[in-house]
Design a protein around this ligand. Structure first.
Ligand code: RRO
Length: 299
């Protein structure tokens, strides 16, 4: 059975990768994810300058998932470059560096520190970080310039889309600018209110909703992206907790699938999902992942 996939030139041993943000900046956790069988790792988004992030509380578990308002905390691109170097020394799976930048000059600077990566993800879709998130993705021309600056590095560029903006229009524009693929989707903007304190729970007021409740939205975005751009690689992200969620994404048109919130339960979920996909393929007579990509469009 052929589990391998080609993601914009990245050779993945299977379709399961770690989505950005969940492993923080810990190379130890990245190694544990690799040992669990993950095929690639996306690092926490790096900005040019270090960011402290939003005030506490920054995560809040709701009945249907998780709200986070981390606020893009990271030690800055230079330090992230050192973490990336260490990750590349210790791990053998491809590492995708996630870039947060508001201008092409800034993204070029950030990228300079992260050239050891195997690919870039441009994160312009965080729903609650001012300037670098959903506002940026609403400006397709700015996005195109940033993608162009990252393309100058020669590394593959994936653009992480938001389901909030006019993402199909943005997708077309960034493809024209040279983007090699998409990651869909980021978290959805939400909030929670403490009924006793009578104020927002999260320190940053708004947060990004992740987990099973956003999965159908993410599948829809991947489906529509693949319908429009069938040859462009897509990483489906959003609420993948079990193997059926991953297969759904692949049938919708994703070539790879990102896990994020599910990892809070432990790395064994990676093996559970991979075993489930393998069993599904065996039972349904598929011999490669490529055979399944986008099959839901054929009916
Ligand atoms: O750090 C965050 O608050 C964050 C980011 Br950069 C993102 O892209 N998505 C998200 O849910 N949180």
């Amino acid at each position: 059975m052929d589990f391998r996939v080609d993601l914009a030139g990245l050779r993945l041993k299977n379709p399961l990768i770690v989505a950005s943000g969940v492993l923080g900046v810990s190379v130890g956790l990245m190694k544990r994810a690799e040992d669990a069988g993950i095929a690639a790792i996306t690092m926490k988004t790096a900005t040019l300058q270090a960011r402290q992030g939003h005030p506490n509380p920054v995560v809040y578990e709701v009945d249907c998932g998780l709200l986070n308002s981390m606020g893009l905390p990271n030690p800055g691109a230079r330090e992230m470059g050192f973490i990336l170097e260490e990750a590349k020394r210790i791990l053998s799976v491809p590492i995708i560096a996630s870039v947060g930048a508001a201008t092409p000059e800034e993204s070029a600077e950030v990228a300079k520190y992260l050239m050891k990566a195997d690919a870039f993800e441009l994160n312009a879709s965080c729903p609650h970080v001012k300037g670098l998130g959903a506002e940026l993705i609403s400006d397709p021309e700015a996005m195109a310039l940033i993608v162009g600056s990252l393309k100058n590095t020669g590394l593959p560029v994936l653009v992480k889309l938001s389901a909030h903006a006019d993402w199909l229009h943005v997708a077309g524009r960034v493809l024209d600018a040279g983007a090699d693929g998409f990651v869909a989707i980021n978290t959805l903007k939400g909030m929670a209110i403490d009924v006793y304190a009578r104020k927002p729970v999260l320190g940053g007021v708004y947060g990004g909703l992740s987990g099973p409740s956003i999965h159908p939205v993410a599948v829809r975005v991947v489906y529509e992206l693949h319908r429009e751009y069938p040859d462009v690689p897509i990483v489906g992200v959003g609420g993948v907790e079990k193997w059926t969620d991953a297969v759904e994404f692949i049938l919708a048109g994703a070539r790879a699938v990102g896990v994020a919130t599910a990892l809070r339960k432990g790395f064994q979920v990676v093996d559970e999902i991979l075993r489930g996909i393998a069993l599904y393929m065996r039972e349904n007579g598929f011999s490669s992942i490529d055979e399944i990509v986008g099959l839901a469009h054929r009916c």
